[in-house]
Design a protein around this ligand. Structure first.
Ligand code: HEM
Length: 502
């Protein structure tokens, strides 16, 4: 009895002690630094409202109205500064050079990336720089020819007839998935698959499940010590699903190594293998250590999966918006008919003459912001933003959704209006200041050069071929679904009619 009272007291004492240390630490931070203001947050738990929120980006907009565009909030043990307007975002990501270019250590992300050995969650280190440099170069080389078009046109030849055969209302998700998957599959592995390919179906299913399940976070991220003692069923399930995805990439990587030919660099994976072979020849031990199998595999995995998830969601929004906005859809189609005609598929080169179509995609990316809160940044040194101090190692979130819905920059902010992006001659004008779907600066999206032509090709082809409508009785308003890092439109159905039969 005495023993259990004593041990209970000990636990209480330790907890109270911990709490006191935490409160003193926080007060010291407040005295030492002029940190941004923010809502009340419980130690270790953070803001109750934020933990419960379905969509963090919306709660953050609410806070920014009260505390200003730069505020501080805590979620579990993570103390973060959130940037909600383009001025503070540009100051942090562009003007402050590398001050905000690090990533915080989030335990679940660390687990999913085999120890942050990827690009997306890697710390701001020479290894990250090397992989980013090799990747940018490899993507540029790949895009130099017209391989993107060839791959997409092949994929379209599979999807378009199947879509045309759909009777009545259907969810176009599978078709969009295949078109995007095949582009990234070609970029990364030089392959193309059919709609019923088991690996394609499994990959998409697992990716979506992981995104859905990681949405409301992990208890393990709140209490990292758990990773060493006991993990939740959810954590283990996601770990296993992710390992299955990694094993697919691992197998493809090994097949590439076996068939590698220096005179015929086939794809992104070959470019990485080549980079390693060059380092071997030059006997650069330090570089070689940064090009381990795990690092290379994770880099390919990043390009493959980051590209698929964001692009499928954006195209999902595009189809859903067009189905509910027949007048805008007609204008896009008039432009495509005029510039491309009906006898050939749109090409990347057509992009410069399809201003209204491009502007429509821009507006889709504004209102359907695919990555509303981007990927968390972290500070590499004590720095400043918006007139406040931001200590070293502070997590910083960029609220892209707030930027895209800021009434100070967007007139009639909720209205879908492609003309916002056009100049007086109807040509695509300067990028509006507060449009930033790919982020900016050192950690800005690495795949922007692939995403833009890829989205254009798929969107323009779908618009050229089909008139898309919503089944009767569908609410034209678009609702978001889930609470993952990627925003998805709520499940929807469309009816497609081949335009050349109308
Ligand atoms: C609609 C398409 C896409 C959108 C909206 C998008 C958006 C973003 C955003 C917001 C970030 C975070 C930037 C930051 O931390 O500030 C990011 C990072 C990244 N994206 Fe994309 N992305 C898209 C397509 C792609 C594609 C096609 C690829 C690959 C080919 C890709 C690869 C990456 C990588 C590797 C990073 C991490 C960069 C780093 O940490 O250095 N993305 N993307």
């Amino acid at each position: 009895m005495l023993y259990s009272v004593l041990s209970a007291l000990n636990v209480q004492t330790v907890l109270i002690g911990l709490l006191v240390v935490l409160v003193v630490y926080k007060l010291r931070q407040r005295w030492k630094y002029n940190v941004p203001p923010g809502p009340f947050c419980w130690p270790l738990i953070g803001s109750y409202e934020v933990i419960q929120a379905k969509f963090l980006h919306e709660i953050f907009v609410k806070y920014s109205k009260k505390y200003g565009p730069v505020f501080t909030v805590s979620v579990g043990p993570y103390h973060m500064v959130v940037l909600n307007d383009i001025n503070s975002v540009t100051e942090a990501l562009v003007k402050s050079k590398s001050d905000f270019a690090d990533r915080p250590l989030v335990h679940s992300a660390h687990m999913l990336t085999e120890g942050s050995k990827d690009i997306i969650f890697a710390k701001y280190t020479p290894t990250w720089k090397l992989h980013r440099k090799i990747s940018v170069k490899a993507l540029r080389q790949y895009l130099a020819g017209n391989r993107l078009e060839e791959v997409l046109h092949a994929s379209m030849n599979i999807c378009l007839p199947l879509m045309a055969k759909e009777n009545g209302a259907f969810n176009p998700e599978n078709y969009i998935d295949l078109m995007v998957f095949n582009i990234l599959n070609a970029v990364c592995f030089g392959e193309s698959v059919e709609l019923d390919d088991p690996e394609f179906m499994r990959f998409m299913k697992l990716s979506k499940k992981i995104n859905e399940m990681t949405g409301n976070g992990f208890v393990e991220d709140m209490f990292p010590i758990m990773c060493k003692i006991w993990t939740t069923h959810k954590y283990r399930t996601i770990h296993n699903m992710n390992n299955e995805l990694i094993s697919i990439i691992k197998r493809k990587f090994e097949e590439h190594e076996e068939t590698f030919n220096i005179d015929n660099v086939r794809d992104f994976t070959d470019s990485l293998i080549l980079a390693r072979k060059e380092a071997e020849q030059e006997e650069k031990a330090e570089i070689l250590s940064q090009l381990s199998d795990t690092h290379l595999r994770q880099t390919v995995f990043n390009i493959f999966s980051a590209g698929i998830e964001t692009s499928t969601v954006t195209l999902g929004f595009a189809v859903r918006y067009m189905a509910g906005l027949p007048e805008i859809q007609s204008k896009v189609q008039e432009e495509i008919d005029r510039v491309v005609g009906k006898d050939r598929l749109p090409t990347v080169k057509d992009r410069e003459n399809l201003s209204y179509t491009e502007a429509t995609l821009h507006e889709v990316m504004r209102l359907g912001t695919a990555v509303p809160l981007g990927i968390p940044h972290s500070t590499i040194c004590d720095t400043r933003v918006g007139g406040y101090d931001v200590p070293k190692d502070t997590m910083v979130m960029i609220n892209h959704w707030a930027l895209h819905n800021d009434p100070n920059y967007w007139k009639d902010v909720k209205k879908f209006d492609p003309t916002r992006y056009l100049d007086e001659n109807g040509k695509l004008g300067m990028k509006p200041e507060s449009w930033l779907p790919f982020s900016a600066g050192r950690r800005g999206c690495l795949g922007e050069s692939v995403a833009k032509p890829e989205l254009h090709l798929i969107f323009a082809t779908l618009m050229q071929k089909f008139k898309i409508t919503l089944p009767e009785g569908t609410n034209p308003e678009i609702e978001l679904c889930g609470s993952g890092a990627i925003a998805i439109p709520a499940p929807y159905k469309v009816i497609v009619k081949e335009r050349n039969l109308l």
